[in-house]
Design a protein around this ligand. Structure first.
Ligand code: PEP
Ligand code: MG
Length: 593
């Protein structure tokens, strides 16, 4: 690439989280700064213009809310769409509108400031009322206030990345998984954020959507302005500002090489996932939403190894009812039949929240009220999901998996609830698979250590390495500053994986890996050698991993794992595993520019 300074080209380094390269104009979202609202005094002669702007912004907002309401009604259902009626009422409430006009006329302040202050008072008054319905309206009020302010200031709504007008690369301090989930894939060429880590759910979502993404780019959103031209390199974690012709040409070469690799990998589609020396390794795909099953079928996977059901719960106003959940789970089960779908019960919390559930902010959400802990306390919600999964099991090869099991007690409690649901369904004559297999995620070190006891009571394990690594090494998976400490090949991680596979095999059950470690081709030899029986990765990664599995000899990977377990250095282990993988096919690792 050309030397910085001479050409105006500038490179910022971050963490690559989703492969691919794109270039185009950026759209900079503002985070905290975009919430700033200007305040200034206005003259007597200006009040009418400010009141007119208020009326215009209210009309535009009303139109937008009606649009969203129709969209939600079409895609989610009319009950959820009703909630937007509350937004419409707020926009017409004289208590609010008259107060804004009074402030403009009497206090002589600009309309944006007047609206912000009046709306804040209104929201505060609602929050203080001892009535749950009215308190919920305070959340509606905050939502609608932001829309009106965005319209007054001509700003885009940071939360609405589903309706972009032109293709762009999104630059933002951060993106929540809920925002990433609604990205308009046709318009968002890629995204870059200031914070985040490789295994954040935003990064995982980017890989599912196959959008190039780089995180951990420092103050990037303050260094760029909307409309600037950049190139985003999701292979090497680079953001190139004002790329030169030479740089664009070099990236064009990389794109060509990647294309011929993709063509070569297509050969694996209908081939079995078997090592060169004949060992079967089940290769499945991870999905976040039912629509992804099409990709699962097209990528050559053997079913779904992890269905993250939380995405059915976020970005909406009401909990999905049993019937809606059943339809979603059933559609996946039917589509991948006779292959299995492993439906993971709800893993809310951590970095995934839903607006309609009151989950008080926690200082350490990844160590807090999350996943099975949440479900075992919110039993009605959990029962609804369990019933839906059980019902779906009548229609295909469904397996169920609990997330965040830390020890025996949670497993026993969850199973007791499943038994209750089974008994209810039997009584009601509702069909379900009496032999539905239940497994657990091994993603907390205590579960790996307790694996012998757990293995006696489940049908399979699936290693959630994203969390297992963060909890074992005490490295927050979202924190870019300590991302260098997030080390999948740390000797302690290897031991935990080995303890898990050994305990599973001693009880005759299998162990999979569904964390992102499984999608790193450099680590495939190591995982195979450590005794992993199943690998589950995003559909886009399936061909590459299968290609590699078919070239590796299990005996060689076992040798590798043996010396890795004796090694004291994570770097050394990574280098050895990568070397073996690259010997199988160096083009898998050819991403240099
Ligand atoms: C994991 O922790 O590795 C995992 C697969 O679950 P999630 O990424 O959803 O926490
Ligand atoms: Mg996890």
């Amino acid at each position: 690439m050309s030397a910085a300074g001479q050409t105006g080209e500038r490179i910022i380094r971050g963490i690559p989280v989703s492969e691919g390269v794109c270039h185009g104009k950026v759209l900079v979202l503002g985070g905290a700064e975009s919430l700033a609202v200007p305040q200034y005094s206005i003259g007597e002669g200006e009040t009418a213009a400010h009141i007119e702007r208020l009326q215009k912004a209210l009309t535009t907002t009303r139109r937008q809310v009606l649009d969203v309401q129709q969209q939600v009604s079409r895609t989610i259902g009319s009950r959820d769409a009703d909630i937007f009626s509350a937004h419409l009422l707020v926009l017409e409430d004289p208590a609010l509108v008259d107060e804004v006009i009074r402030m403009i006329e009497e206090d002589k302040v600009n309309v944006e400031h007047a609206f912000k202050v009046a709306a804040a008072r209104y929201t505060e008054a609602l929050s203080a009322i001892d009535d749950e319905f009215l308190r919920e309206r305070a959340a509606d009020m905050r939502d609608v206030t932001q829309r009106v302010l965005n319209n007054l200031l001509g700003r885009m709504d940071d939360n609405d990345l589903s309706r972009l007008e032109a293709p762009c690369i999104v630059i933002s301090p951060d993106l929540a998984p809920s925002q990433t989930a609604v990205l308009d894939k046709r318009r968002v060429l890629g995204f870059a954020t200031e914070i985040g880590g490789k295994t954040s759910h935003t990064a995982i979502m980017a890989r599912s959507l196959q959008i190039p993404a780089v995180v951990g780019l420092g103050n990037v959103s303050r260094e760029l302005v909307t409309g600037q031209h950049v190139l985003l390199d999701g292979y090497n974690g680079l953001l190139v500002i004002s790329p030169t012709e030479q740089t664009l040409w070099e990236y064009g070469q990389l794109a060509k090489r990647q294309l011929s690799l993709e063509t070569k990998l297509r050969d694996t589609l209908d081939k079995a996932s078997v090592t060169f020396d004949g060992a079967r390794i089940v290769l499945s795909a991870n999905i976040e939403v039912p629509e992804e099953v099409e990709q699962v079928k097209a990528c050559g996977a053997e079913g779904v190894g992890l269905y993250r059901t939380e995405y059915l719960f976020i970005n909406r106003r009401q909990l999905p009812a049993e019937e809606e959940q059943y339809q979603a789970y059933r559609s996946v089960a039917v589509a991948v039949k006779p292959h299995p779908v492993i439906i993971r019960t709800l893993d809310l919390g951590g970095d995934k929240f839903c607006s309609h559930l009151t989950m008080a902010p926690e200082l350490n959400p990844f160590l807090g009220w999350r996943a099975i802990r949440f479900c075992l306390q919110e039993r009605d919600l959990f029962r609804t999901q369990l019933r839906a999964i059980l019902r779906a099991s009548a229609e295909g090869n469904v397996k169920m998996m609990y997330p965040m099991i830390s020890g025996l007690q949670e497993l026993v409690e969850a199973n007791a609830l499943v038994d209750e649901c089974r008994a209810d369904l039997r009584r009601q004559g509702v069909p379900f698979d009496e032999n539905l297999e239940i497994g657990i995620m091994i993603e907390i070190p205590s579960a790996a250590l307790a694996a012998p006891a757990l293995a006696k009571r489940v049908k399979f394990f699936s290693l959630g390495t994203n969390d297992l690594i963060q909890y074992s090494l005490a490295v927050d998976r979202l924190n870019a500053r300590i991302a260098h400490l997030y080390e999948p090949t740390h000797p302690s991680i290897l031991r935990l994986i080995q303890m898990t596979t050994e305990a599973a095999h001693a009880q005759g059950i299998w162990t999979g890996v569904c964390g992102e470690m499984a999608a790193d081709a450099a680590l495939t030899p190591l995982l195979l050698g450590l005794g992993v029986d199943e690998i589950s990765v995003a559909p886009a990664s399936v061909p590459r991993i299968k290609h590699l599995i078919r070239r590796l000899k299990l005996s060689e990977t076992q040798q590798l794992a043996k010396s890795a377990l004796a090694s004291e250095s994570g770097e050394e282990i990574l280098a050895a595993s990568r070397k073996l993988a690259a010997e199988m096919d160096p083009s898998l690792f050819d991403t240099a520019v």
